[in-house]
Design a binder for this molecule. Structure first.
Ligand code: SF4
Ligand code: FES
Length: 247
């Protein structure tokens, strides 16, 4: 199959970006979207042209590195799927496919489709961990956890930190990401001891990083590849209010 890629090119954070068009031939429906970009890059390199910069690591929906906007949707046309899990069979022969980086003030563009998402790491550093010195790994059943709590924590822990929620939100809010990271630990007995400190510090850092406020449009939940629910945001806000007034 042949497609026409319209791709955002930008040399560095300070230069002016622009779209460039590339006709690409010889693709197959079984190629992943990233393989199609690899195919284009091989041609650019062979012609001594600048390769397109894009991020990836696992290419199997785990690491959260590969997020880009494809035809105006975070991670492309399907729900609950990362860019690396998208295949060219989702497009038709002759399609024009518009490819852009995440766009948010807190995610400055580094080059082409690569943005700096270290603002999310800075939120994590403020409490998405447990500081108790536990020694070697404890016996798995030493602390019994109810099934519903375990499920809730695991659902929140599924966040891969891709940033699609921020990029797709009209306010560029990081509320869904932050809430997932807080609730994953605050739902469990192991995280309870530092629960108030965690929610206060992480939400404060979220604001310092320049993310917008959440107005509950729900766009983040729709585009999240892991299906993280916005119920997590409501719970984060409730936990924060409780921590602020009652400690
Ligand atoms: S909440 Fe979803 S969209 Fe946001 S960073 Fe986590 S996995 Fe990505
Ligand atoms: S490359 Fe790891 S999630 Fe896509």
């Amino acid at each position: 199959m042949n497609v026409n890629f319209k791709i955002w090119r930008q040399d560095n954070p300070h230069s002016k970006g622009h779209f460039e068009q590339y006709g690409v031939e010889g693709l197959t429906g079984d190629m992943s979207f990233l393989e199609a970009l690899d195919h284009l890059n091989e041609r650019l390199v062979a012609n001594n042209e600048k390769a397109i910069a894009y991020e990836y690591d696992c290419r199997e929906g785990i690491c959260g590195q590969c997020g880009i906007f494809i035809n105006g949707r975070a991670h492309g046309p399907h729900d609950h799927m990362t860019t690396c899990q998208l295949h060219m069979r989702s497009f038709s022969d002759g399609d024009t496919i518009v490819v852009e980086p995440w766009r948010a003030a807190a995610f400055p563009i580094i080059k082409d489709l690569v943005v700096d998402r270290s603002a999310l790491d800075n939120i994590i550093e403020q409490g998405a961990y447990i500081t108790a010195k536990t020694g070697t790994a404890p016996e798995a059943n030493a602390i019994l956890i109810a099934k519903d709590l375990a499920d809730k924590a695991m659902d929140a822990a599924a966040c891969i930190g891709c940033g699609a929620c921020v990029a797709t939100c009209k306010n560029a809010s990081a509320a869904l990401f932050t809430a997932a990271k807080i609730n994953h630990l605050n739902s469990l007995p192991q995280g309870a001891h530092e629960a108030s400190k965690r929610v206060m510090q992480m939400t404060k850092q979220m604001e310092l990083e320049g993310f917008g406020s959440c107005t509950f449009t729900g766009a983040c939940e729709v585009e999240c590849p892991e299906g993280i629910s916005i119920v997590n945001i409501a719970e984060m806000n409730a936990r924060r209010a409780k921590a602020k007034w009652w400690g």
